[in-house]
Write a protein that binds this ligand. Structure first.
Ligand SMILES: [Mn+2]
Length: 306
């Protein structure tokens, strides 16, 4: 039997018009309300919601594709956050507190379903069905970071009610596991150092280039926007900033990282497909995968943000 070919699509963040244009560019057709291709399937990298103006429209495109077998998808940190925002622990507290920062981040999603709480609940239930990772024949997919130890520790890529509850308790491994898989590997900066993130919030931790064993200083290890680099010290890095992912492993596709520069793989077998479509000047990216172990830089396809 012929191997399944996939088109991997990065973080959409409520940008439905760009998603439609990208699906058209990839020769998918809308038949009876469901986008599909005769030979290929989509794999979404997660982060359907937050930021953009068309969150319901995005869900209304991707969910039927997944439910009818025309697409697969992993969970992004924004789906995870939405689930945690609506779920309480035994003490009746929300797993993701309803503070101003969280509520602001979530505002457009809240507004989208403000008049239809049943649908919102239904969408949240669907988010829970999204796997934390996919380990398929010939490729892997996770929102932010592939960590073999965590994958084998969690065993099944399912956000069970138990795992959901545990992953919101700081200090236990389940918390760190979800943080790493869905939000990336982070390390603290040296004492007293911080930098402003893209929303202007001060950050004392940096996301790391977790696969890059050549990176030796905080500056080299830092995985984020160039304009933040001036705040990052060039001192030798301490702590565990690396996760082994050798170049003979299956290719792994990530979203999450708000890339801005040239579209190219992070390593021969690692590619990030999040090119900030939620921002002015951003792009929505796909990669057309046909079984190759090494990522082919000519197989990225994109549409510009409108
Ligand atoms: Mn994202």
């Amino acid at each position: 039997m012929k191997k399944q070919s996939y088109d991997l699509i990065g973080d959409i963040h409520g940008q439905a018009p760009e998603l439609v244009r990208l699906l058209e560019k990839l020769s998918y057709k809308e038949i009876d309300g469901i986008w599909q291709h005769t030979e290929r399937k989509v794999i979404f990298l997660g982060d359907f919601v937050d930021r953009g103006d068309y969150q319901r429209e995005v869900i209304d495109i991707v969910r039927p594709m997944v439910e009818r077998g025309h697409a697969l998808s992993v969970m992004g940190n924004h789906e995870y956050n939405a689930i945690a925002y609506y779920t309480q622990n035994k003490q009746g507290e929300y797993l993701r507190s309803h503070n101003k920062q969280h509520t602001d981040q979530h505002k457009k999603f809240l507004d989208t379903y403000a008049d239809d709480l049943a649908e919102k609940e239904d969408v949240i239930e669907w988010f829970k069905t999204l796997p934390l990772w996919l380990d398929l024949e010939g490729l892997r997919v996770v929102h932010a970071c592939w960590d073999f130890n965590l994958v084998s520790k969690i065993e099944k890529p399912v956000l069970t009610d138990n795992l959901l509850q545990q992953s919101s308790i700081k200090g236990i491994w389940q918390y760190d596991a979800i943080e790493t898989l869905l939000k990336g590997k982070e390390i603290p900066l040296p004492k007293g150092k911080q930098f402003p993130d893209k929303d202007g919030h001060p950050r004392k931790h940096i996301r790391t280039r977790w696969w890059d064993s050549k990176a030796k200083t905080y500056k080299q290890v830092f995985f984020g926007p160039d304009d933040a680099l001036t705040h990052i010290p060039d001192d030798p890095v301490t702590g565990d900033h690396l996760i082994d992912y050798s170049d003979d492993q299956k290719p792994v596709f990530l979203g999450h990282y708000w890339m801005e520069d040239e579209i190219k793989p992070l390593a021969d077998n690692i590619a990030c497909l999040d090119y900030s479509v939620a921002k002015e000047g951003g792009k929505l990216i796909a990669y057309r995968w046909d079984g190759e172990q090494k990522i082919d830089p000519t197989k990225f396809v994109f549409v510009d943000r409108e």
